[in-house]
Design a protein around this ligand. Structure first.
Ligand code: AMP
Length: 186
């Protein structure tokens, strides 16, 4: 599989730590410079808006998908290449999962966790084989990763659970993983 588009899941909060915004910006810039399109939730707020702005500022392509009821709340981003306003969260999530050739998950709250768990469980069920990369800024995902180990230790997921996702400490590592994922499956 060639990685042409990457779906990024991340926080809609403007109050996340500054360093997470810096990583989001670096990720967006790197996507644009590599000609990889961004697919995301379509909001202007939080890390979502930050990554989208960085892609646009560096001449990349951004497709956002936002449900109508969140258009005002998440301040839909009208300055991107394509904004798709859909009727339901399910429609949004379906497009987010279909349009990306890989998933990158930045720090976030309940929405991001829900999106992460969905793509992990769908991989577990064999619905897709796309790379899932967790950007572990400041060790953000460490607690969740130990919880994943616990549920594997207690026999509730297969011991190879960790093969469903990769953990990256920096945006540079994300790009390295994307390159090797693209090369492996070409
Ligand atoms: P959050 O991580 O909570 O800031 O949310 C990040 C994104 O996930 C935002 O675009 C939210 O609209 C979206 N979101 C919030 N709740 C859910 C949910 N239950 N399922 C899927 N996405 C959600």
């Amino acid at each position: 599989m060639n990685i042409r588009n990457v779906t990024v899941y991340c926080s809609s909060s403007n109050h996340a730590p500054r360093s997470y915004f810096e990583s989001a910006e670096e990720l967006g810039r790197g996507l644009a410079l590599r000609g990889i399109g961004l697919v995301f939730g379509g909001g202007q707020v939080g890390l979502m808006g930050c990554v989208a702005d960085a892609v646009m500022q560096h001449g990349g392509t951004v497709r956002g998908i936002i449900p109508r009821f969140l258009e005002a709340k998440e301040v839909a981003h009208y300055g991107i290449s394509e904004l798709h306003v859909v009727e339901t969260m399910h429609e949004r999530k379906m497009k987010l999962t279909e349009w990306g050739d890989a998933f990158v998950v930045l720090p976030g709250g309940f929405g991001t966790l829900d999106e992460l768990m969905e793509i992990v469980t769908w991989k577990h069920l064999g619905h897709h084989r796309k790379p899932i990369l967790l950007l572990n800024s400041n060790g953000f995902w460490d607690t969740l990763l130990s919880f994943f180990s616990r549920i594997a230790d207690e026999g509730m997921v297969r011991p190879d659970h960790a093969s469903y996702y990769s953990v990256c400490n920096t945006p540079e590592e994300v790009f390295g993983m994307l390159e090797s994922a693209g090369a492996k499956t070409c």
